[in-house]
Design a protein around this ligand. Structure first.
Ligand SMILES: *[C@@H]1O[C@H](CO)[C@@H](O)[C@H](O)[C@H]1NC(C)=O
Ligand SMILES: *[C@@H]1O[C@H](CO)[C@@H](O)[C@H](O)[C@H]1NC(C)=O
Ligand SMILES: *[C@@H]1O[C@H](CO)[C@@H](O)[C@H](O)[C@H]1NC(C)=O
Length: 436
């Protein structure tokens, strides 16, 4: 009785999700060694929303987390960087924007409060702050792609990963590397070392080899900084020129194999814990039916490799002027992916999670003018794509919790219950500084 009472009191003081998600017997497992399968969402402008940019009251992220939890969406993929030019995280090597850092702290604290896990993306390939071009320009490099091979840029990137792992959350006091609310890290969103880069032209395969080395070295550095969390690359999962599946790439492989990616070898890199892919039929100019083929082919590879697979990003570029038009174009695509997930979960196959694109907390309650552009991908919580397809798939995935035999939970240190008071002071000072 006494012990139970003490445990009860401790339970009050502790926050939920007190273990890291790990992998046992090819499955993701939680704090009770129960299998973790899920439906997730990719988010956009989370730091911007948390920082109060875009006219929000600063509650948009908390609201999103609450809604996601109610919908049984248990993993969110979040850029741990700004995505708009107004909010870089890193201003120059080792110099950080306190507003962006504290916004990220707020996002992670809201995730912890709502029992949501987060994949944090450490850098970006495409336009925007904190991308490979930023690292290249900080180091006086000619091409953004030189990021991947420049020792100076790589030193900067590794120091950034170390910084993030060591950061103490100014809201809830958790050290990032000890925060069980982090599901995993992505090294970079969709890294591409384009083969037209002059450094790659002289030698066949150089870009593919350079990408492989970059993944190996970066994953090793991240694991050294944070041995607790899972790591994935963040790439689309294209097959390289030496792959027997070269022709299964979009458009039979011509451009996809020129991105430096090489799915099987990349996934086998030490420190990469699971296979993850993205699929974008519209951008890749392939029919929607290609989605199923793409996922099925990667499931086959993942089975051979003995690793779980995640469809980390998929989406449908829809345009329309009524919800019915949107639903007609989008729902079959979402249904196709979640059918694959449901079937895989039922058969104990390798596909364990699927994360749709996208959820933007700055757009939750409205469509902006001309929304055929950026927010064409937004799925509102009230739309049939959510109520009829995503939510049932999410409930099904969240219910699947068989105990995995032979598993030992990877228990996280107990988090402090209150923010350190000096951090709160820094927070206010930092905000004042940025507003000035
Ligand atoms: C979430 O899952 C629970 C348990 O399976 C279920 O009762 C609930 O209806 C689901 N929520 C939604 C919005 O589907
Ligand atoms: C290589 O091609 C990519 C994609 O088409 C383009 O964005 C990039 O600017 C090109 N780089 C060089 C060095 O030409
Ligand atoms: C998405 O749809 C919009 C509107 O039809 C179009 O302008 C845009 O090019 C499309 N994007 C892709 C990647 O297909």
């Amino acid at each position: 009785m006494a012990l139970a009472a003490i445990m009860g009191m401790m339970g009050l003081m502790m926050q939920p999700a007190a273990a890291f998600i790990s992998i046992s017997d090819g499955k993701f497992v939680d704090e009770e060694c129960r299998e973790f399968t899920w439906v997730g969402a990719n988010t956009w402008r989370m730091l911007e929303a948390q920082a109060g940019l875009g006219g929000t009251d600063g509650k948009a992220v908390e609201n999103l987390m609450q809604q996601a939890a109610a919908l049984n969406i248990t993993v969110l993929r979040v850029f741990a960087t700004g995505v708009t030019p107004e909010l870089p995280l890193q201003l120059e090597p080792g110099k950080y924007n306190q507003v962006a850092l504290e916004a990220l702290d707020g996002v992670m604290a809201a995730a912890a409060d709502n029992d949501i896990r987060v994949t944090l993306v450490l850098a970006r390939n495409w336009d925007g702050p904190d991308n490979k071009a930023a690292y290249a320009s900080w180091n006086g490099l000619e091409s953004p792609d030189d990021f991947f091979t420049s020792p100076a840029a790589q030193k900067g990137f590794q120091e950034h990963m170390q910084f993030m792992a060591e950061r103490v959350n100014s809201v809830n006091g958790r050290v990032y590397k000890e925060d069980p609310a982090i599901f995993s890290w992505n090294l970079m969103n969709e890294p591409r070392y384009f083969d037209n880069n002059t450094a790659c032209q002289s030698q066949t395969g150089t870009c593919t080899n350079a990408m492989q080395t970059w993944i190996e070295v970066s994953a090793a550095a991240l694991k050294a900084a944070d041995p607790n969390h899972l790591v994935a690359i963040g790439s689309e999962g294209f097959w390289g020129t030496n792959s027997p599946k070269l022709d299964q790439n979009p458009s039979n492989g011509d451009w996809a194999a020129q991105t430096g990616q090489n799915f099987v070898e990349n996934t086998q890199a030490k420190g990469i814990d699971y296979a993850a892919i993205h699929v974008w039929p519209d951008n890749w100019n392939v029919p929607t039916s290609y989605l199923t083929e793409w996922v099925t082919q990667h499931m086959e590879d993942a089975r051979t490799l003995g690793v779980p697979l995640v469809v980390e990003e998929f989406g449908k570029n829809v345009t329309g002027h009524t919800e019915q038009e949107l639903a007609k174009a989008r729902n079959p695509v979402f249904q196709a992916i979640f059918d694959l997930l449901e079937e895989s979960i039922a058969n104990d196959d390798v596909l364990k999670g699927a994360q749709y694109w996208m959820w933007d907390p700055l757009l939750v309650n409205e469509r902006s003018e001309g929304w055929a552009d950026l927010n064409q991908d937004q799925v509102l919580p009230t739309e049939s794509t959510m109520t009829d397809i995503i939510a049932p798939a999410a409930a099904n995935a969240a219910m699947n919790k068989p105990v995995v035999r032979g598993c030992t939970p990877k228990v996280a240190p107990t988090a402090p219950t209150a923010a350190p008071s000096d951090a709160a002071a820094t927070s206010t000072a930092g905000r004042k500084l940025m507003m000035a």
